[in-house]
Design a protein around this ligand. Sequence first.
Ligand code: NAD
Length: 335
Amino acid sequence: MGRTFLESSSLENADVAVTGGSGFVGRNLVAALADIGKSVVVVDLAPPSPELAALPGVRHMRADVRDYGETLLALRNVDTVFHLAGNASGTLSVEYPRFDFQVNGLGTCNVGNACVELGVRRLVYLSSAIVYGTPQTCPITEEHPIRPFLPYGASKLSGELTLRSLHEAIGLPVVIGRSFVIYGPGEDPRTAGGEVSQFLRWQLNELPIPVVGDIDRKTRDFIHVADLCAALITLADAGTAGEIYNLGSGTEVSMRELADAVAAATGRPAQLQADTSQLEDSFRLVADISKIRDIGFRPSVALDKALKELTDRLGAFPELPSTTAVFRRERVEQL
Ligand SMILES: NC(=O)c1ccc[n+]([C@@H]2O[C@H](COP(=O)([O-])OP(=O)(O)OC[C@H]3O[C@@H](n4cnc5c(N)ncnc54)[C@H](O)[C@@H]3O)[C@@H](O)[C@H]2O)c1
């Protein structure tokens, strides 16, 4: 049996590349990889934060994944690639679908092609549960029908299909993770669409929390970014090439339950301001994580404990979220 990802640490060359390593999820993954002794190339248009750049073994290669030459150059000498770079905003994808497709569709094709050309051992692609569209069952398994309702969902799906077809045609060793809603330290309030960060920021500003959709019927599966990073490393280590795995906590949380947890973490009752004019969003979105459990992943971060830590980290009156919902019907109708 070959060495596992965790064992095959070579510090002479960079052994891992993280595209999008300067972003919310990426910077947490880079820190987690550095922590287990990996040397990591951050492949991103933006430089990593000074704290991240100061970690032993971490360096930055500026590259635009829409440019094949730059992507190829940035991924030389790596054993494993985690592909996270891209547009992560559903709202932005509605406003700029061509931009969204160029980054998520063409960019992912470039990364896949470069991995084939360079012969990387493993490519892990971070896709999204957005590809399922409106859930028809709860919890959702990987066999659930695919019907994205946002350009973002279509572009992430296009990335998946391109990489899987490269696997089928020429054996690209890709494993795909479809993440549910990620939360944790380092989210940018200007782009973060997840309810955990949003609810907490409104509450810490002592303002009513706007809730889009039905407070009780709308449920989500929130996965802490530390668990998400552990899941991505599990995929690199033990995932089967060509396969897709749901990445979530497997726990269903309604908007009311989240607000109650936010109230408990901040020690103050939460006031909710329901916006029921948009009910398209009021579905239950929960992951069946049996498949990734079977290869050893166990979510370990409890929402209430993580909320307490985030409360301490954000402090009083943090920057407010710029957007209240991922899916905005009126924008779609304007087009
Ligand atoms: N945040 C979530 O809840 C969530 C859920 C499911 C999937 N994802 C996926 O995870 C990935 C990362 O999401 P995030 O929340 O960290 O987003 P983010 O916006 O914080 O980070 C994205 C990073 O990609 C970089 N980037 C963008 N375009 C690039 C380009 N053309 N070339 C090189 N780098 C580029 C950005 O500079 C940024 O550092 C995305 O692919 C997203 O689709 C996120």
